[in-house]
Design a protein around this ligand. Structure first.
Ligand SMILES: Cc1cc2nc3c(=O)[nH]c(=O)nc-3n(C[C@H](O)[C@H](O)[C@H](O)COP(=O)(O)OP(=O)(O)OC[C@H]3O[C@@H](n4cnc5c(N)ncnc54)[C@H](O)[C@@H]3O)c2cc1C
Length: 595
């Protein structure tokens, strides 16, 4: 195997530059352009990339050594002959100089190749980090901690006082805390029909709010503690890119700190969409953050938007005693989701809520002293509400970050385009989570954060998930992972469906979950699982099994042959698979031989 010597390239006027970090060890396999080590003067920082794919044979320097142009840094056994267009990296060359880092800053859309190295020397800021993470949500903190655990020096910037982003502070966690209480109330209500009455709930809103805030505080305090433990430098302030290797952070004290970085991960998340014709400045008009504050329990609540967030908050306020009206522009609730999964939810809330208006637009809302007067499209009558929750979607925060100064492409909506390694069009800048595209979910942000950190650390990671689970934590819960029937039909994908109705599950009957359903989609040729959907109590938890099965490439028979405990809701997964495998005995078997 030919060897290639990696020398210090032209680094301008610098000499005797210290080696700050070795990013590889002898024996490591590297791809072309993988960073091998970092040189760091008091003015700038530069990664030296592998000129070609191969195995690190020798490292000729250690951390703290000083080097100048032409010095030998490492020897790499190269894996294959170089491309004809790269004569400078020819493995046969006895003393090839490490190719100058590729001009990633000006490169078009990145290919799924090796991570890009910083292309040129750059000015050091007040703070310098090997990896700068912008945003501390489930994407940002996961990326920061993974990068730190991989030995990289990390700074994380967050404009709010607390860490954890939308999910921990004003999203997933507080909503689930309140939904838990809603579930307890609903179950107590149902128990009355089984002979056990608790009476009407007495709700102490202050205590409920304090409890919810306590749950949130435990988690965001935990994130802060873990940042400290991992020596991730946390900066509080509004960050803005000022160049390809620099951000300025405007702190709460009005002071600006400049931060330079070798790599950046943009994890700036998203925010609620506002609606024209709606007086958002009126305190009675809320977004999801306002709704989670639980200022009061309005007598009449209008929820604009019948998607997951709107319906989760409707579930909470309905349980607490509000009379809820939902208005949705599309012709069904949770648009895009398979109709058979939404049906049991639509039925339950259709019976409970004051009204659900589908295919209806809010034309205008007028704030008057006696309430918020709403005008709707079509035949829907005007109505007055005490509060309005606007939950019509979220838009990414990519447009206001100064990313143009770094050469990063941001689309019209504010999404930052990335490839499967989370790299933007600028090779050393990555984007993850809500700002990098849908589905806007915390676990997707976290998974992408790990990928970005691992790619930066030179690991062969890609975001290639078989399924990102989606869950509406409504009553009943609606959950799906992998291929949906809606998508299969839209995309012309051939599939076979098998379903098990929870009305045939003893456990579901015992917990008032008979309206539920578990369905599996599989490839008719191979039997391989393609996706699953569920509706019913705990559907979000049950889905995890199918997520694993999808990642493992299981087929329906694998699931049918996996013995599940009886009586559990998880059994419905096996039973749906048995429907496909033709082995079902808990229902009439369509595949049974005729006698
Ligand atoms: C009510 C509600 C309920 C939800 N429930 C769920 C759920 O149950 N499950 C689920 O998976 N998802 C849920 N989500 C979605 C989930 O919260 C997001 O998908 C997730 O938070 C995205 O993570 P992120 O890291 O991309 O961004 P975020 O969590 O939005 O974090 C981005 C962070 O970047 C910071 N930031 C932005 N710009 C700057 C700047 N210029 N300088 C410094 N800091 C900046 C922000 O302050 C924020 O803290 C819910 C969302 C809402 C609103």
């Amino acid at each position: 195997m030919p060897s290639l010597e990696v020398l210090v390239p032209d680094i301008g006027d610098f000499s005797d530059v210290p080696v700050a970090e070795l990013l590889v060890a002898v024996g490591d396999e590297v791809s072309a352009d993988d960073p091998l080590l970092v040189l760091e003067s008091d003015k700038s920082s530069m990664e030296i990339p592998a000129p070609q794919a191969g195995t690190v044979k020798e490292l000729k320097v250690a951390v703290g050594d000083t080097v100048s142009e032409g010095d030998l840094l490492a020897v790499v056994d190269v894996a294959e002959a170089p491309a004809a267009s790269e004569p400078a990296q020819a493995p046969a060359a006895p003393a090839a100089v490490a190719s100058p880092p590729r001009p990633a800053d000006t490169a078009p859309a990145p290919a799924a190749a090796a991570p890009a190295a910083p292309p040129e020397a750059f000015e050091r800021g007040d703070v310098h980090a090997s990896v700068l993470v912008l945003g501390s949500g489930p994407g940002g903190y996961a990326a920061a901690f993974r990068a730190a655990d991989l030995g990289l020096d990390v700074a994380m910037v967050e404009r709010h006082e607390v860490l954890g982003g939308v999910c921990l502070n004003v999203g997933c966690i507080p909503s689930k805390a309140l939904l838990h209480v809603a579930k307890v109330i609903a179950e107590a209500e149902t128990a009355a029909t089984h002979g056990v009455s608790f009476g009407a709930p007495e709700i102490d809103l202050d205590a409920l709010r304090t409890w919810k805030e306590g749950v949130v505080a435990k988690l965001n305090g935990g994130v802060a503690g873990m940042a400290k433990g991992r020596k991730v430098q946390v900066l509080h302030g509004e960050a803005r890119f000022t160049g390809p290797h620099a951000v300025a952070v405007l702190g709460p004290d009005g002071e600006t700190t400049t931060v330079s970085f070798d790599h950046a991960i943009v994890a700036a998340g998203s925010r609620s969409v506002t609606l024209p014709g709606v007086p958002h400045e009126d305190p009675r008009v809320m977004d999801s953050t306002g709704a989670l504050e639980l200022e009061d329990v309005p007598g009449r609540l209008l929820v604009v938007g019948g998607g997951i967030i709107g319906l989760e908050m409707a579930t909470v306020y309905d349980a607490l005693g509000s009379e809820v009206t939902v208005v949705e522009l599309a012709d069904g609730l949770i648009p895009g989701t398979d109709r058979d999964l939404v049906k049991p939810l639509a039925k339950r809330i259709g019976e409970r809520y004051a009204a659900i208006h589908l295919s209806t637009k809010v034309e205008a809302i007028e704030a008057r002293e006696d309430g918020l007067h709403a005008r709707f499209s079509g035949d829907v009558e005007d109505a007055v509400f005490d509060r309005v929750l606007v939950a019509v979607g979220r838009i990414p925060n990519g447009a206001a970050l100064g990313l143009d100064t770094a050469g990063v492409t941001v689309d019209d909506r504010g999404f930052v385009g990335v490839d499967e390694r989370q790299q933007t069009n600028v090779g050393h800048i990555y984007a993850i989570g809500d700002v990098a595209g849908g589905p806007m979910l915390a676990h997707k942000a976290t998974a992408e954060g790990h990928v970005a950190a691992e790619v930066i650390a030179g690991q062969p990671a890609v975001a290639d998930f078989r399924g990102i689970p989606s869950v509406a934590y409504t009553d009943p819960e609606v959950a799906w992972v992998g291929l949906t029937e809606t998508d299969a039909k839209d995309q012309g994908i051939t599939y076979k469906k098998s379903a098990f109705p929870w009305s045939a599950s003893g456990r579901a009957l015992a917990i008032d979950g008979a309206a539920g359903l578990t369905k599996l989609l599989h490839d008719p040729e191979t039997g391989r699982l393609l996706g699953a959907g569920m509706v019913g109590p705990n559907a979000g938890e049950l889905l995890a099994e199918i997520g694993l099965a999808l990642e493992m490439g299981a087929d329906v028979e694998d699931v049918a042959l996996t013995v599940h405990a009886h009586p559990t809701l998880s059994e419905t997964v096996t039973l749906a698979a048995e429907m496909a495998a033709g082995t079902i005995t808990d229902l009439p078997n369509p595949a049974a031989r005729k006698r």
